[in-house]
Design a binder for this molecule. Sequence first.
Ligand code: ARG
Length: 587
Amino acid sequence: MNLTSLVKQKVQSAFENAGFRDATLLVRLSDRPDISDYQSNGALPLAKVLKQNPRALAEKIVAFLKEDSFFEKVSVDGPGFINMTISNEALSEVAYSILSSEKSGYENPSQSKTVVFDYGGPNIAKALHVGHLRPAIIGEAIKRLHKFVGNKVIGDVHLGDWGLPMGLLMAELSEREPESVYFNPAYEGEYPSQAPFTGHDLEVMYPIASQKSKQDPAYLTKAKDFTRRLQNKEKGLLALLNKFVELSVGSIRQMYDELGVSFELWRGERDVHNRLLLMLERLRQEGVLFKDAGAEIMEVGKSKSGNDLPPLIAVNSDGAVMYAATDLATIEERVEEFGAEEILYVVDARQALHFEQVFNAAEKIGLLENTTVKHLGFGTINGKDNKPFKTRDGGVMTLRMLIDLSVNAALKKMNSGEMGRDLTEEEKSEISKIVGVSALKFADLMNERMKNYVFDEDKLTSTEGKTGPYLLYAMVRMKSLLEKSGESLDLLATDVPTISHPAERQLLLRLYAMPDSIQTAYDNNAPHVVCDYLFKLAQDFNLFYHDCPIKDAEESVQKSRLALTKYALTVALKMADVLGLKVPDKM
Ligand code: ARG
């Protein structure tokens, strides 16, 4: 149960008592919180159907609502809107039953589904950079949102480990170590357990190889040749690829750990290769896949906006399988192996065309009978000049640098006393990591996904305004209030928040509104809605904290205010968890 569903029930019976069955109630949180808590606009469409005066009709319904002491005030306004204000007694009475429930009042939809999330999308042997922040943390937040509402979630990192970049690395390595056993197809022995290069070597080698291939056609041919040999599963090259993956995955994993991003699956493009070959064979036989200038392609019809889409290239003229083909086989894998009912791709908006081609192709070959697929794109992170974020000298901003920028900015604020005044040096260094990362994540998640935003480490670590530290501060304050008063965090039936001040009422109502925000966020795969909610909750709490003293209040008031604080903390922590934000104990 939650407050909205309770109000809906009451409105429903009022409609029925007034003689209107099966009406659409249109009950929601009020657009005008200054005049009411909830509104129902259901009298308007009903009056139209019945050809009656909407105000008169609304009055009939309101007469029944007025009989219920749950409401303090009910009125008909404008052309027939019903405005309802809940009584303070009712608000405090339902607190424990609603807010102490597992999801603080959120009710699971009757049908939960299995959803696969494709996010992160790092590439083997390339250092993670600024472009990898958004897919990781937006993907993680959307996955957690789905989990909160009761879906079965599977996150797959989907490594880029099968295309030309691997061939390029091999070409470069073969120039440096031509004698290496990995390159000898006739080699029969064991491959060395220790790789002759480090993960860092790979990150250095890749850009060099990529550069050379653009200048030297022979080098490019060599790289393409390696790609083909790899995809033909030459033993030594597979062993080499395994080494690449082993070394890269370690540092990729560590970076994601730091960001609080985790995956159920660490699969990559290469894992679907056998499946892909079978699929291609079938499509050839069915005539869906055909030769075109040496490549093998597939027509994929029109885009959603009605334009013709370029054909999907499954195999290029060098005989290598392409990105789109691996994605197609991966859809089949996710449907067959995991029973995916929905697959969500949290990938840069610039890949929109790619996904339209892949999704149309998947539809065409019958993969999507019981599965929906969606590309959830996002905009870019810009520097203060409003251009894609680079280092000062125009180089690539790595993810490492980005995290360090925020963590150092948080630390600086602790040293200047803007926060962390009571922390030891050691605590500052620990806690600035939590605060810096949460600040970075919140500053990203709070934007509507498709919008670009400007990265400003000073702003995003400020304790004022709509920032991570502002929220964390409110939660830390709740924790310390409860700790100082010796209250346990467990919610008890005796935790009854009575209302004696408007700030208490506003905070309590905010807590009850959580399910509505979660639902909107879920329906639109929009973590920013949860960010908005949590920000408002922090504001309401701060107002309450400011206006409603606890320590010097009389005992019953004190107890009620601590109860309210407990409920606020419970809901706030759940929302921080949905967003994947870590909350320190002090700051
Ligand atoms: N590795 C890819 C890239 O860097 C992103 C992968 C996105 N996921 C996918 N299934 N295509 O562009």
